[in-house]
Design a protein around this ligand. Structure first.
Ligand SMILES: [Zn+2]
Length: 199
């Protein structure tokens, strides 16, 4: 088999892996995408080319090229591990809440945000997506071990658990329009507006 190398530096864009039904599964590195394409595991693909890999000169004197598309649907065994819920961690939480404190509405850097438990942990509140919001230190301190109602502090948005597609959006960088289309199709319609591109 040909050895391929990335044409110029591989771009930061990754390929979005879908199952054959078109549901987003995860991001593929260009190496993973290349293996899938070479193994002819691709059921179908869509979108622009994110990476061109140049291989060796073939017998007919033509250099072989391997193009990696933005969106790749693979023939996969049905037991491909996929996680429906995103794991809860602060970087994703702060991204979900767009860097805003959900009490005062101000924008902060990650280092100045905290994970606030809407219904306090000391009273049995769970550490789960639906019970946590981004809060600045001042608001978190002011609220203390009280519920928003008790503290007289209004929550600016209802916390929710990002599904798999939303997780991929939150952890993605340089998401291409072709990829966003498939991701947004798997986001509950009421939340699609949150992920509108702002570039
Ligand atoms: Zn605040």
């Amino acid at each position: 088999m040909d050895r391929y190398y990335a044409h110029a530096a591989p771009r930061t864009s990754r390929s979005l892996l879908l199952n054959e039904a078109g549901s987003p599964v995860r991001w593929l590195s260009w190496q993973e995408a290349a293996l899938a394409v070479m193994d002819r595991n691709v059921a179908w693909s869509a979108g622009e080319t994110v990476t061109v890999l140049r291989g060796g000169i073939q017998r007919d004197g033509v250099r072989s090229l391997l193009t990696l598309p933005a969106v790749v649907a693979l023939r996969m065994p049905h037991d491909v591990p996929t996680r429906e819920r995103a794991p809860l961690c602060n970087p994703l939480l702060f991204k979900r809440d767009r860097g805003l404190c959900l009490y005062c509405g101000e924008q902060f850097h990650d280092k100045d945000l905290t994970r606030d438990h809407v219904y306090p942990r000391c009273r049995g509140g769970v550490d789960a997506w639906e019970n946590v919001v981004s809060a600045c230190r001042a608001c978190n301190q002011r609220k203390g071990g009280r519920s928003p109602e008790e503290a007289g502090m209004e929550l600016l948005a209802v916390p929710y658990a990002p599904n798999r597609a939303e997780h991929l959006i939150l952890e993605g960088r340089h998401i291409l329009a072709d990829q966003m289309e498939f991701l947004l199709a798997a986001v509950p319609s009421a939340r699609r507006g949150r992920y509108a591109r702002d570039d």
